[in-house]
Design a binder for this molecule. Structure first.
Ligand SMILES: NC(=O)c1ccc[n+]([C@@H]2O[C@H](COP(=O)([O-])OP(=O)(O)OC[C@H]3O[C@@H](n4cnc5c(N)ncnc54)[C@H](OP(=O)(O)O)[C@@H]3O)[C@@H](O)[C@H]2O)c1
Length: 319
């Protein structure tokens, strides 16, 4: 597994991380506790040392805490969680006042069963709270030792710069995958310049790029994906045309499509780690294998050709 530094800290993180949103079961059907604990264990067994969760991810932090309490390698695992977004049975809310972030951080520490969290992100900007106030609260939590490094997710470059002035960032977390490449314009050069890690979400575009969802897939009623444009109508068909072009490339390397897609992601300039969601052990196994696969220039050129034929996609971020 390729390991990379976390920002300017002495911590090192795996280039493939486990994203713990699917095991929350909020938008992914068929999730149960036993499978989720097996998925967490499979991630660690396959060399992943970086786990991403959030206070808004329901039971995911609790499951991760339970897993870490039993895991022999727990000391080598870097946990990232997030505050500033909260969820209840009615929906999701921005809550990133200093008092909210302190309460959420303390709740996360308890659920994760840790004394300190290595990486704590502001999950998203709270429209009611100046970014400097949220950043100041995270700087205070660092000063108190409750967290070790600051991150931010779903912020514009201007918001990130304001955050970074108050509380130096070590990581940012935007969406990035073969079809959502907006960050290459501004965020990739800025974070490289500032030595801030780019830990990207949706490398598999919520499973679409893993290639196991057929063109005629019928989504379960509680599956959150059909609300996104890339899972609808003509976009869905064009995405499948792309998968049809990528499959022979993966076959040529004797790897699953998901492995090829994640390997491409972590090989892009400036990308530190791909946060790969999974709800089954075999899924994170396929993604983790990308940490051992280096794509040749020729393979990268073939993928590039397929992406140019696909053309620009209609995309939407999570928050
Ligand atoms: N900061 C933010 O606002 C934000 C937003 C979104 C995500 N994130 C983070 O990023 C992580 C990744 O996002 P994500 O989990 O939504 O999406 P993702 O990693 O792009 O896709 C994960 C989904 O793809 C499917 N999958 C995974 N591996 C597969 C494989 N090998 N073969 C077939 N299907 C596979 C599974 O769904 P099915 O089995 O149901 O098809 C899985 O739930 C999250 O878990 C979270 O940690 C952060």
């Amino acid at each position: 597994m390729r390991m990379r530094p976390l920002g300017r800290t002495s911590l090192r993180i795996s280039a493939v991380a486990l994203g713990c949103w699917p095991i929350s079961g909020i938008t992914s059907p068929d999730v149960n506790r036993a499978d989720s604990l097996r998925t967490l264990a499979a991630a660690a067994e396959s060399g992943i040392t970086f786990f991403d969760t959030a206070c808004a991810y329901g039971v995911s932090e609790e499951l991760l805490g339970e897993f870490l309490a039993e895991c022999d390698a727990a000391d080598s695992i870097v946990v990232a969680t997030k505050g500033g977004l909260e969820r209840d049975s009615q929906g999701q809310y921005h809550r990133a006042r200093p008092v909210d972030l302190r309460r959420q951080c303390e709740q996360s520490l308890a659920r994760l069963r840790r004394d300190s969290i290595q990486l704590y992100y502001l999950h998203a900007a709270d429209p009611e709270v100046p970014i400097e106030e949220s950043a100041g609260a995270i700087a205070e939590l660092i000063a108190e030792g409750k967290i070790q490094a600051a991150g931010a997710s779903n912020l514009t470059l201007e918001q990130l710069q304001r955050f970074h002035e108050v509380c130096p960032l070590q990581a940012i977390q935007p969406a990035y995958n073969m079809l959502q490449r907006e960050i290459e314009q501004q965020l990739v050069p800025w974070s490289a310049d500032q030595q801030i890690s780019l830990c990207v979400y949706w490398p598999l575009l919520k499973g679409l790029l893993a290639g196991h969802l057929g063109r005629d897939h019928v989504f379960a009623a509680n599956d959150g994906r059909p609300k996104y444009p890339m899972f609808q109508g003509q976009e869905w068909q064009r995405n499948h045309d792309l998968l049809d072009q990528l499959r022979p490339i993966a076959d040529g390397l004797s790897v699953p499509l998901a492995t090829l897609v994640v390997a491409w992601t972590i090989q892009q300039p400036g990308i530190t780690s791909a946060l790969c969601g999974a709800k089954r052990a075999w899924q994170i196994g396929e993604s983790a294998a990308a940490g051992e696969l280096v794509l040749s220039d020729q393979v990268l050129a073939e993928i590039d050709h397929a992406l140019r034929q696909r053309g620009p996609a209609v995309t939407r971020a999570a928050v």
